[in-house]
Design a protein around this ligand. Structure first.
Ligand code: EAX
Length: 333
């Protein structure tokens, strides 16, 4: 009798506890919505600094209603795969270069033209103004939400074979490029063999000699430890590589205006923190890469490089017109 009473009490207690746990987990699901944020670079990179700022800002503004989980190092795939993920809602926020973006939003190809921007100041000014706003809006026409322009940096060439000071030195090198036809075209004009590849595969491809070189900003060369597989760095600064904080329409279109405002502010904070980190690394990174054993070609004469890639402009304007290009050239920046 006593035993049966005890057993019943225990069973009820266990059932009660289970119900309480269930109720609590339902409550916490309602209270905090997880936001998945992906990017291709390491957790010590400028993108990760931007991811931290996004997380801190969104969680603070929403008072914990949204919790951000960062997935660095291409854990959710390369940039093209993650952009597709945004369109179907398997990832919520992505920090990406414009590398594969033109495949989705062709208007952004203009930004990938080599030697379009003189310096950081000019590039940031264009992207923060009306042109940048218009390009972000175009993402909305292509099942993506453009939240803020952020930054990767001016791209430079590295390789394992020889010091490159002129396009002639680069001729014949097999160079990994982003999956971007404007970049591929420009490199082909320079006489190198462009090999498009998603970023998460690049380190191994360099290590195994599948390609001789790659091109990326100082920020990425540092964050990915490319000095371990590349001996030579040439500060070609051949293209400014913007990055963008993109959102999934599957998540963002369902939010209230206030909630969406938090995401926009978080993206702005992310861009600001990333740009600061890019500026810092631009100052300190080259010296660090020298210390790691890379030879560095500085003060290159850029004109033969500019000359070599000129046909890429015609190929671009033949296909996409010159309206955006002229707007950028005519801007006050
Ligand atoms: O966005 O693919 C690249 O080389 C990019 O610069 C890198 O993924 C960071």
């Amino acid at each position: 009798m006593k035993d049966r009473f005890l057993r019943r009490t225990l069973t009820m207690a266990v059932a009660g506890a289970t119900a309480a746990t269930l109720a609590m987990s339902t409550l916490s699901v309602q209270a905090a919505q997880n936001v998945t944020l992906g990017h291709t670079l390491s957790d010590s990179s400028h993108y990760s600094v931007g991811a931290d700022a996004f997380k801190e800002t969104l969680e603070r503004l929403s008072d914990g209603e949204f919790q951000v989980t960062e997935h660095p190092s291409g854990a959710l795939g390369g940039e093209r795969a993650m952009i597709e993920g945004l369109q179907i809602g398997t990832v919520d926020i992505v920090i990406t270069s414009t590398g594969p973006l033109g495949n989705f939003v062709p208007e952004t190809y203009v930004l990938d033209l080599p030697f379009l921007f003189e310096d950081y100041e000019q590039a940031r000014c264009v992207l923060d103004g009306e042109i940048g706003e218009d390009l972000l809006a175009k993402m909305g026409d292509n099942n993506l939400v453009g939240l803020a322009w952020t930054e990767n940096g001016f791209r430079h060439m590295t390789n394992s074979q020889r010091a490159v000071k002129t396009p002639d030195d680069a001729e014949g090198l097999k160079v990994r490029t982003m999956e971007n036809k404007v970049h591929m075209e420009a490199f082909e004009q320079m006489g190198v063999h462009p090999t498009p590849m998603a970023f998460p595969e690049v380190f191994t491809a360099l290590q195994q000699g599948v390609v001789d070189g790659q091109e990326n900003p100082i920020t990425v060369i540092v964050a990915t430890k490319f000095w371990e597989v590349q001996d030579h760095l040439s500060l070609t600064g051949h293209v400014y590589s913007p990055a963008v904080v993109l959102g999934s329409p599957v998540l963002l279109d369902g939010l209230s205006e206030e909630q969406r405002g938090w995401f926009e502010q978080a993206a702005d904070a992310s861009a600001e923190a990333t740009r600061e980190e890019v500026s810092r690394l631009e100052k300190e990174g080259v010296e660090m890469l020298r210390e790691k054993g890379m030879t560095v070609q500085t003060d290159l004469d850029k004109s033969p490089f500019q000359e070599a890639v000129k046909p890429a402009y015609e190929i671009y304007t033949d296909q996409y017109g010159d309206e955006m290009l002229e707007r950028i050239r005519a801007s006050d920046c």
